[in-house]
Design a protein around this ligand. Structure first.
Ligand code: C2E
Ligand code: CA
Ligand code: CA
Length: 556
């Protein structure tokens, strides 16, 4: 909540209740003091218990029992954000320590938040005083030792108190972290990393002040809870915080990612709310265009599913639950089977057959695709070897190469080892590389492809026509085959103009001496059209679906 919001809020009854609860979630006696006039602007309940009603009084009268402020009054001399002031407190008859932190009050006045943090423990007599000591110990346990803002446990309690005190208000729990904080530590040292965290805590204090509606969860993770009327307010608040955080004196950038959980049920434990806000943060990591995201249930369901899959994948691979299915490719001129594509199926012991679309994208994210693909390639090599051993004339098998391999794998090494292990020719293995891959880093990809072609592997551009790069692509790269995407075929041949586009695309590829395959061929209409064009090979349900190896072997 911004200060202006609080001021507006103060005019309403429920607003007053919120302010009251915000101030009183702290266990320690606390005062809000005008830095210039020394007037006590506000006090929490603990401070009322201890000092009586002192709002409106001058702080040196109350805290120091002096008529005038001293020359070296801490309010005048404090530099930086925090100061300690030791003194004597009349009502307790004890030496005490105050912690002052500077904030800006909503009407522009500079204010100081004074918290009673320590008492002389030697002369504890009454129960009440004992209680203060306990409260102080608790406060120390509740405060993050590096940044001096509430730690995670304290934040949970504060947030809970805020939610419980205001049944009608709408609230959002917001979590944020620093992008690549680890790199900041690595490159500039842990001390600088700590400075960044302290700086962020200060931005939070400046923004929310004494409300203590925020905290440091752990490492570079911070959280806060705010009341809102419209969702836009939450975003505007985030934009302001990000701006403040980015306007720093460090000689490197500090970028932050925010996740927002809109509280629907105030009984849900705050730690769960934070987990959900955290899930939202994860959805935007790696996306430079996004700095905040809302949590949604669908995402949670997807995450759950993903984590189940991640739990099972290693075991399944070891147990052989991933099976290679083969889908035949037919030459259109004489309907002869001239190849097959290896497609993965996960035969899950409990869930049955899981299609690749449910796990390949996840494996591409978590890196497991490296293992799965190598397994699939090995299955393909094994199969070709088996055909040769049984005297069957082998047909080339094409395997899918995920984009992940280009950056993270020694493709040439892995593939060479495999064909050597099974003693088969590299020309028997066709490598399908999806069209979109060619957008990423064409030079690097071209270098890798030339290397693979020199080794004798056949290369195929998968999903050709799915993107916008197709025409440039076909001019610039060295491949053997293009595989026309199913959707491209479907969409284009529905109209006369579209047919002309596909026809010319095929013509152009043929003129460049490329083989042309069409995938997703489902109907007689597809086949007739492809036969009338110069397309060489077709693959699709019209001819055969992907099938298990033993079924496929019957076709040979
Ligand atoms: P893809 O490489 O484009 O494979 C073609 C997909 O179209 C396959 O889906 C195939 O079953 C399906 N298909 C074939 N003919 C027809 C047809 O006539 N009509 C329709 N509607 N679909 C047809 P599948 O097997 O579900 O695979 C989906 C995608 O998953 C593949 O698309 C490929 O990108 C990926 N994938 C599958 N197996 C592997 C693998 O082992 N490794 C990697 N990296 N990716 C794989
Ligand atoms: Ca493919
Ligand atoms: Ca494809």
């Amino acid at each position: 909540m911004r200060f202006m919001d609080i001021k507006e809020e103060l005019n309403t009854e429920s607003g007053m209740r919120v302010i009251d609860s915000l101030l009183n979630v702290g266990l320690l006696p606390s005062l809000l003091i005008d830095k210039d006039s020394h007037e006590i602007l506000y006090q929490n309940k603990k401070a009322v218990e201890l000092l009586g009603n002192v709002s409106g009084k001058l702080c040196h009268h109350v805290i120091c029992a002096k008529e005038e402020p001293c020359d070296n009054c801490v309010l005048k001399t404090m530099t930086g954000n925090v100061a300690i002031h030791d003194g004597y407190l009349e009502p307790l008859g004890k030496n005490v320590r105050w912690m002052f932190s500077e904030i800006s009050w909503f009407d522009g006045r500079n204010a100081v938040f004074a918290k009673l943090v320590e008492l002389d423990k030697n002369n504890v007599t009454t129960e009440a005083k004992q209680k203060y000591f306990q409260d102080m110990d608790q406060d120390r346990r509740d405060t993050d030792s590096l940044t001096h803002i509430p730690n995670r446990q304290k934040f949970y309690r504060n947030a809970e108190a805020i939610l419980q005190s205001d049944a009608e208000g709408s609230y959002a729990v917001v979590i944020f972290d620093i992008d690549r904080f680890k790199s900041i530590n690595d490159l500039h040292g842990m001390t600088r990393g700590d400075d960044v965290l302290v700086y962020i805590a200060r931005v939070l204090k400046d923004s929310f002040g004494f409300e203590e509606n925020f905290g440091r969860m752990h490492s570079d993770l911070f959280a806060y809870i705010i009341r809102y009327e419209k969702k836009g307010e939450i975003i505007r608040q985030i934009e302001k915080l990000r701006k403040k955080i980015s306007q720093n004196a460090f000689d490197f950038d500090i970028n932050t990612s925010f996740g927002i959980y809109l509280v629907e049920d105030k009984q849900v434990p705050v730690n769960l709310m934070c987990d959900r806000a955290m899930m939202a943060v994860k959805t935007i990591k790696g996306d430079v265009l996004k700095f905040c995201a809302f949590f949604d249930e669908q995402y949670r369901a997807d995450m759950l599913k993903a984590s189940e899959i991640e739990r099972d994948m290693q075991e399944s691979l070891a147990r052989g639950d991933f099976k290679m299915y083969l889908q035949p490719k037919y030459r259109l001129s004489d309907n002869k089977m001239v190849g097959a594509e290896a497609l993965c199926r996960w035969i899950h012991p409990r869930k049955g057959i899981i299609p690749p679309m449910d796990f390949i994208p996840l494996f591409e994210k978590n890196g497991f695709i490296l293992k799965l693909d190598e397994y699939m390639w090995e299955e393909a090599c094994k199969t070709i070897k088996d055909w040769i051993n049984r005297g069957i004339e082998p047909i080339p098998v094409s395997v899918n190469i995920s984009r992940y391999h280009i950056k993270h794998n020694d493709l040439e090494g892995v593939l060479t080892r495999l064909i050597n292990k099974y003693g088969i020719s590299s020309s028997m293995l066709t490598l399908e590389l999806t069209e979109s891959l060619f957008l990423d880093n064409p030079e690097e990809l071209n270098r890798i492809m030339i290397g693979l072609q020199k080794l004798g592997f056949k290369l195929e551009v998968d999903d050709f026509g799915a993107g916008f790069s197709s025409l440039n692509l076909i001019r610039n790269i060295t491949v053997d085959t293009i595989k026309i995407d199913k959707d491209f075929l479907d969409n284009e041949i529905a109209t006369e103009k579209g047919k002309i586009v596909v026809n010319h695309t095929i013509d152009m590829a043929k003129d460049l001496r490329l083989q042309v395959i069409a995938e997703g061929v489902e109907t007689k209409e597809h086949v007739d059209f492809l036969k009338s064009s110069r397309c060489d090979v077709a693959q699709g349900y019209y001819f055969a679906k992907p099938m298990p190896l033993d079924e496929f072997n019957k076709l040979l």
